[in-house]
Design a protein around this ligand. Structure first.
Ligand code: ADP
Ligand code: 5GP
Length: 222
């Protein structure tokens, strides 16, 4: 059963924008027929400030729903000690990232806290066309690009119980430099102000509760 009707298709991106991600998204092209759309997977977007718990909640959701495909992004950020190439991210140089943009290989992209991040288009398209649900865990600008051109996407914002708790979590994670933490917290203010743009807002106070809310939203029959 389709829970969310697909009202439109994303359009093909042409050209390279200068400062932020694609002005026109890169998903779908013109190949989707009505039938193809009906069997396509759902495009799910999860956004929220750094440190709110997106990675934690997504990893638990995927343990319960292994069919959910988590898009692996490309980034120019250096790997954290526990991160693996091709698992957490594709780690690329700035030059390589710009080439990906120029080649139209990114569904969306953005600059965040001094680095580039982007979603490889092909893998997402392939999984959607195979009928698999695809989850993008991306920041606000990328989410806006996706929603502008892929209105069928289901957009969820994960919010912290308070700004103080968000800061506590980023620091407790112990993975970012002080400068990066400062930039992330500044960005968090803007992201929190934009949460009403999303289809759903889930507050990640108690982790189990938040996970249950997300699961109920995405898999109401399970
Ligand atoms: P994000 O992916 O949004 O940047 P993480 O998943 O890395 O955030 O979580 C940041 C930190 O907060 C981690 O140390 C994680 O264990 C912790 N955390 C996540 N959710 C909760 C929660 N509900 N309560 C307390 N700590 C949490
Ligand atoms: P981090 O450096 O903590 O892994 O990620 C920083 C931010 O970039 C997070 O908000 C994360 O969701 C976002 N992000 C990760 N991958 C992408 C991507 O492909 N596109 C966009 N726009 N944001 C991303």
């Amino acid at each position: 059963m389709l829970l969310f009707p697909r009202s439109s298709q994303c359009v093909q991106h042409q050209g390279v924008p200068e400062e932020s991600g694609p002005q026109e998204a890169v998903l779908g092209g013109t190949q989707g027929s009505r039938e193809a759309n009906f069997t396509r997977g759902r495009l799910l977007v999860l956004t929220g400030p750094s440190g709110v718990g997106k990675g934690t909640i997504v990893s638990q959701l995927r343990q319960r729903h292994p069919d959910l495909y988590l898009s692996v992004s490309v980034t120019t950020r250096p790997p954290r000690p526990n991160e693996q190439e091709g698992v957490n991210y594709y780690f690329r140089s700035r030059e390589e990232f710009l080439e990906l943009i120029a080649a139209g290989e990114l569904l969306e992209w953005a600059q965040y806290a001094g680095n580039f991040y982007g979603t490889p288009r092909e893998a997402v398209l392939q999984k959607l066309n195979q009928g698999q649900d695809v989850l993008l865990e991306i920041e606000l600008s990328g989410a806006r690009q996706v929603s502008q051109h892929c209105p069928e996407a289901i957009r969820i914002f994960l919010s912290p119980p308070s700004f103080q708790e968000l800061e506590r979590r980023i620091r407790a994670r112990g993975q970012d430099s002080e400068a990066s933490i400062e930039r992330r917290l500044q960005q968090a203010q803007k992201e929190l102000e934009a949460q009403d743009e999303f289809d759903y807002v889930i507050v990640n106070d108690d982790l189990e509760q938040a996970l249950l809310q997300l699961e109920t939203l995405l898999y109401p029959n399970s």
